[in-house]
Design a protein. Structure first.
Length: 99
């Protein structure tokens, strides 16, 4: 992932990433959240990744996220690629007051 600086004002500052078994991915929001094996709120780093999308990081997860399509374009979990059989789902996180 690149360290290239990027003006991130047009991109959301935070997302929640849910790591879920692939067979749960399209069963609806409640099912996905209930089936997540791990979740983390990631925040914009202000950098662009090698995929060309903004980088987000937090709680051991680094991701490059296409904010328009809510798609994870690159992902590291505790420094490693995502385990086979898991998929990453992106959800919006409400903005905290004063942020």
């Amino acid at each position: 992932m690149s360290n290239q600086t990027h003006h991130a004002s047009r991109h959301p500052r935070r997302f929640e990433i849910l790591l879920v078994p692939e067979h749960v991915e399209s069963r609806g929001e409640a099912s996905v959240a209930d089936s997540a094996v791990r979740s983390a709120v990631v925040e914009a780093t202000g950098e662009m990744g090698v995929s060309g999308y903004p980088r987000y990081a937090g709680h051991g997860i680094e991701a490059e996220i296409d904010s328009a399509g809510r798609a994870v374009e690159a992902l590291l979990v505790d420094g490693s690629e995502l385990d086979i059989g898991l998929t990453a789902v992106v959800r919006d996180v409400p903005t905290r007051p004063g942020v």
